[in-house]
Write a protein that binds this ligand. Structure first.
Ligand SMILES: NC(=O)c1ccc[n+]([C@@H]2O[C@H](COP(=O)([O-])OP(=O)(O)OC[C@H]3O[C@@H](n4cnc5c(N)ncnc54)[C@H](O)[C@@H]3O)[C@@H](O)[C@H]2O)c1
Length: 346
């Protein structure tokens, strides 16, 4: 049999098995159901379907996939949860049945960061959004640079909800400019939050998860954690460090069934990117720089012709690492960057 024949046969089998599972009324096993729902297997089967001309049938059947709540009874702790990617993740996890803890500095400003953070009213409105989905939610004001504050917040999570199942180490700040123009304080604040912050989040979570002999920690790095970048040199190096730490944590905690994985978003429409300070750096010759113009500028260079992502796109990828499809996965890195990293890494 030629290689092409063999591959086509395998694809036929994959499509037919999925159709059997979906049509028979028999329960699809949890891992495969999740893979179909979140798109991993769905994407493989959709690709297979289009090869053999069954795409339409599968597209209809995929809507019949079970909608059971995959995080029911679990507790998710999300740093930087007051807005942006953190909030979108909280809402997705709430919809999936999780109790939510939002942990955010909610300070309005951080010295030596060039754009505003979330404030207390953002944190309260994030809590209201999560509760509107029907989930229980604690909103805790705190700084990821403080290990004790995170330990205490995680203790509250366990006291209120009984466990700490998913931690999303998401809080982060950015800055842009020429290598030589950053002050010592500007360099330090990025590393203290983006790198030391995720280390401290892990230090706080690990003892609880070790006791449980279960847990997921999902780190938010960046597409800039996968390549060099002249405009974001310090931020870029901090996001490479996130991946190095996440892989080290995966090695350390695998024996305790704590799974540590990383997502790497491309440009996402949040306040981190859509603010006066960053837009001026990205479009220095534009008298009225806007996020839309940045997105338009990036679009032609990307394999998929889009210039940016929405927070929900990233939330879904984070959900993938919280759910059953990745129950045997650790130390992995998932790029969600409209194909940009296809050019730069193996
Ligand atoms: N927006 C993008 O284009 C993009 C791309 C790749 C990666 N990321 C990463 O995604 C993560 C979330 O960013 P976002 O885009 O949602 O930004 P955002 O600025 O909208 O949200 C970040 C949240 O983190 C909070 N925060 C900041 N410092 C904190 C601290 N020390 N302690 C606790 N909370 C703190 C802020 O108050 C804010 O609510 C960051 O790690 C960022 O580096 C963002």
């Amino acid at each position: 049999m030629t290689k092409a024949h063999h591959e086509e046969k395998t694809l036929h089998k994959l499509v037919n098995r999925s159709k059997e599972d979906l049509c028979s009324g028999q329960p699809v096993d949890a891992g495969r159901r999740e893979a179909i729902k979140t798109g991993a297997l769905g994407a493989a089967v959709a690709a297979a379907s289009s090869v053999i001309g069954a795409g339409t049938v599968f597209a209809q059947e995929s809507r019949a996939v079970s909608t059971s709540k995959e995080l029911a009874g679990k507790t998710a702790f999300i740093t930087g949860g007051a807005r942006g990617i953190g909030l979108a993740t909280a809402e997705e996890m709430a919809k999936a049945g999780a109790n939510i803890v939002l942990f955010d500095i909610a300070s309005g400003q951080i010295p030596n960061v060039g754009y505003p953070m979330a404030n207390e009213s953002d944190l309260q409105s994030a809590k209201a959004k999560v509760e509107a989905v029907g989930a229980k939610c604690l909103a805790i004001k705190g700084d990821v640079r403080n290990r004790r504050a995170q330990e205490s917040a995680m203790d509250q999570a366990v006291k209120n909800f009984g466990s700490l199942d998913v931690v999303v180490a998401n809080a982060g700040v950015t800055q842009a400019g020429n290598i030589e123009e950053f002050s010592a304080e500007e360099i330090s604040v990025v590393f203290d939050i983006n790198v030391a912050g995720i280390v401290k989040t892990t230090q706080a979570a690990a003892p609880i998860m070790k006791k449980q002999q279960a847990g997921r920690i999902i780190y938010v790095s960046s597409a800039l954690g996968r390549m060099g970048n002249e405009l974001f040199p310090v931020y870029t190096s901090s996001k490479w460090a996130v991946i190095g730490f996440a892989k080290s944590a995966a090695l350390t905690y695998g024996k305790d069934n704590i799974l540590c994985n990383t997502v790497c978003p491309g440009l996402v429409h949040t306040r981190l990117a859509d603010n006066e300070y960053i837009l001026k750096k990205m479009l220095p010759n534009d008298p009225n720089p806007t996020f839309d113009r940045v997105s338009e500028m990036l679009k032609p260079g990307n394999p998929i012709s889009i210039g940016h992502l929405e927070p929900l796109d990233i939330a879904r990828a984070i959900m993938f690492f919280a759910g059953p499809a990745t129950a045997k996965v650790t130390g992995e890195v998932f790029d969600i960057s409209y194909g940009s990293t296809a050019r730069s890494i193996a």
